[in-house]
Write a new protein. Structure first.
Lengths: 321, 435
């Protein structure tokens, strides 16, 4: 089966998932991102790589943070950015996803940045563009259901590389609601592709999906054991709706077993870094003392996120060699 | 009309016939097999040289989409598809709109189907009013109107007391209850089989225990009531093993599987292909292998197409929003023979030949499960015949299908076996034009 993200020359045409991408492409994105990091510190924070291109931010699911970082990234590449909050417009009038895409394509979109509550929605869009002879239009997945959030995965890799330099001697723990997390899936694929020898997932059985072992992950239900000797801790957000009911009894009990406290952090390597894709629930998955502490790299993640998204958009659009 | 079908390879699993034999038909019935009866003079002769002459196929699950979903398919389109697929008897589940829970609706459906003069349509009545799992339907009335059994289609009964009462009541009149084993809660909202594949794709899962828990409940209720149950669309290795044990125990149970599940696994979802969104979901290779073995050792009685026409609007959606189901009437024969080809490799010495074995699953055995006097070419039986070319290959594509449903995970596949002629009650109802 052909990987729908790559064109026939093996170049990245869409970014739909990290799974299936070769290490060379991941490294190329990270290298390109590092050339963009400096731009944000300049007086004129722009490069003309995507001048004249139209980027449509298609958010079928609410997100302020991710949409904003994509918007900033596109603007720093000099693209024209159109934000569409579809929940509030066509979909509520009954227009189908592909009708929306056709209409926006008719407005000469060059790129769709898509967030959707359904796993796989960006694949449907990419296939439709190909079937309708519009394969010059690119799709970047900004989060689809539980499936993937590849730009988050890449910015996490950028952050790890920034602080740890080499992936091949690391132990990385991902903690929390793995079951519902697209970030966890993208991180897992990126980490294993880049050669991290030990990827751990930590959480209660109700939040660990089956089949993690086949993805190259070691699972732990005991947080203290799982954190022992790790270099990187990636905390996941626990959604409000999961905090009570049949998955977990309460936020308090969750914090007691899986909250990242200074005491637990001390079990990791002394130079371990703490990451979080945001937005954080202080006191639910992470103690403020850790979130604001010296080992947290949560705000640099956000900054790197813009450079990584600039890299992804310019590479996908073919404007970056 | 006196019809003579000559030079064909006649396969009639019910009578153990698998040889070159002529078939003689008169007044809508099979008159003789082999030698012509004295004084027989054919008004029409069909030369079936190089072709297989088999009983018309019996398909245990065909959604005609009437009443209520005519935008997805109509009786006209789907009965034509049945003819092209060689299916002369079909059973349709009650999940129409309104559901088949009143005799008037069943009579109307039977009447509409009869005027088409194509396949024989055998509806299943709803087991509970509106398929809601609360109140029993008027089963005797519905039987009089033409229902051959009672089913909950895809709506599991939440209240086990209601299921117990339904089985007790059905047993009273010796009706068969058709159930797809599916727990009412576990796996609800799931869209793919639980496992590594669903986890990777971020699709919510339906664990195999959704099937096995339901099976345990059904078997326990069968022991208590003695009711006869036909289990529909088994999907898991564990489920098939439970059926095997139940049969060994002597429970009055039969079961079928959908033709898709004999060949495909969850990996065929690929990059979120909504054509592979099916109910029950496609499972792992281990489950598929267990299904194939179950067909071999007789645990599974019949293969059906689980024909479910879905239109573009409901299929060209993200995987989780797409309607489940695939078109199947015109693929049933080819998919069954595809299994036979694989079976040929492991054939036990002295057993029926693969082609005959596969045809039994979609003719005599399917008819037996449904209690129909169809699926055989015995002298005196209704002359429903399917004549096909086992060597002809065809490509599954929208243009090749008469069904209004054009979505199938087999799109683009090249399959062997193509129906040439379909005969219903001694009348040629479909004849494929020479290529």
């Amino acid at each position: 089966m052909l990987n729908p993200q790559l064109n026939k020359h093996g170049e990245l045409q869409h970014l739909l998932s990290i799974e299936g991408l070769p290490k060379s492409i991941l490294n190329h994105i990270l290298d390109t991102a590092s050339s963009f990091v400096g731009i944000s510190d300049r007086d004129v924070k722009k490069v003309p790589l995507m001048r004249g291109k139209s980027v449509f931010n298609l958010f079928f699911e609410n997100s302020t943070r991710t949409r904003t970082t994509f918007e900033i990234a596109a603007k720093r590449l000099s693209a024209d950015v159109i934000n569409l909050n579809i929940q509030a417009s066509s979909a509520s009038k009954g227009e189908s996803l592909l009708d929306t895409i056709d209409n926006l394509s008719a407005m000469h979109a060059d790129m769709f940045v898509v967030r959707h509550a359904q796993s796989g929605a960006p694949y449907l869009i990419a296939k439709h563009l190909q079937d309708t002879g519009q394969s010059h239009v690119h799709v970047v997945n900004a989060g689809d259901g539980r499936h993937a959030h590849p730009t988050q995965g890449l910015l996490d890799m950028y952050t790890i590389r920034h602080y740890k330099k080499d992936f091949t001697n690391l132990t990385v723990a991902i903690v929390g609601d793995i079951l519902h997390s697209r970030v966890a899936r993208s991180d897992i694929h990126a980490l294993t592709t880049l050669g991290v020898p030990e990827v751990r997932a930590i959480g209660p059985h109700t939040l660990l999906p089956g089949g993690l072992e086949q993805m190259g992950v070691r699972t732990f239900t005991n947080m203290d054991e799982g954190l022992k000797g790790v270099d990187v801790i990636i905390m996941l957000r626990l959604q409000n709706e999961r905090m009570s009911g049949a998955l977990l009894p309460s936020a308090q009990e969750y914090f007691k077993s899986y909250g990242l406290t200074p005491e637990r952090l001390a079990l990791a390597k002394p130079d371990a870094i703490v990451m979080h894709p945001g937005p954080m629930n202080r006191g639910v998955e992470i103690d403020s003392a850790v979130a604001d502490g010296p080992q947290a790299v949560i705000l640099p993640q956000v900054t790197f996120g813009i450079a990584v998204r600039m890299a992804v958009m310019s590479i996908v659009a073919g404007t970056q060699a | 009309m006196k019809l003579h079908i000559k030079n064909g390879h006649l396969i009639d699993p019910a009578n153990g016939i698998d040889a070159q034999q002529d078939l003689f038909i008169d007044a809508g019935k099979v008159l003789a097999v082999g030698a012509a009866p004295a004084g027989f003079s054919a008004e029409q002769t069909i030369d079936a040289s190089g072709l297989v002459v088999a009983p018309g196929l019996v398909d245990l699950s065909v959604r005609l989409r009437e009443p209520g979903y005519e935008y997805k398919a109509t009786l006209e389109s789907e009965l034509q598809a049945a003819m092209q697929g060689g299916v002369t008897s079909l059973v349709c589940p009650p999940d129409t709109d309104p559901v088949l829970d009143e005799s008037g609706l069943v009579e109307m459906l039977k009447y509409r189907a009869k005027t088409r003069n194509q396949a024989n349509v055998h509806p299943l009545g709803a087991l509970t009013v509106g398929l809601k799992g609360e109140a029993l339907t008027e089963m005797a009335e519905l039987t009089e109107a033409g229902c051959i059994g009672f089913s909950q289609a895809e709506e599991p009964i939440e209240d086990t007391t209601v299921l117990l009462r339904a089985l007790q009541y059905a047993k009273t009149f010796d009706y068969t209850v058709w159930l797809r084993p599916q727990d009412a809660h576990i796996g609800r909202g799931g869209i793919a089989a639980s496992g590594a594949f669903a986890s990777r794709l971020g699709l919510s899962g339906v664990p195999a225990m959704a099937e096995t828990i339901a099976l345990h409940t059904i078997f326990e209720l069968m022991r208590a009531t003695g009711a006869r149950v036909h289990l529909c669309r088994l999907s898991s290795a564990a489920g098939i093993e439970l059926v095997r044990q139940a049969k060994r125990e002597g429970l009055p149970v039969s079961c079928d599987v959908g033709a898709h599940h004999v060949h495909l696994t969850d990996a065929d979802i690929g990059f979120f292909d909504s054509n592979a969104r099916l109910t029950p979901p496609l499972r792992s290779q281990r489950d598929r292998d267990a299904i194939r073995l179950g067909l071999l050792d007789g645990t599974i009685d019949a293969l059906c197409s689980d024909h479910t026409p879905v239109d573009d609007d409901e299929k060209l959606l993200p995987f989780g929003e797409a309607s489940p189901g695939a078109t199947g009437l015109e693929l049933l024969l080819s998919l069954s023979l595809k299994w036979a080809n694989d079976y040929a490799a492991t054939q036990a010495a002295g057993g029926p030949r693969p082609l005959a074995r596969a045809l039994a699953l979609i003719t005599s055995q399917a008819a037996q499960v449904a209690g129909l006097s169809a699926g055989t070419l015995s002298v005196g039986a209704n002359a429903d015949v399917c004549i096909f070319d086992p060597q002809a290959h065809w490509t599954v594509e929208a243009a090749a299908l008469a069904s209004q449903g054009k979505h199938t995970p087999f799109l683009g596949y090249n399959l062997a076996a193509q129906v040439q002629t379909t005969i219903v009650a001694g009348r040629v109802a479909f004849q494929r034009n020479a290529a």
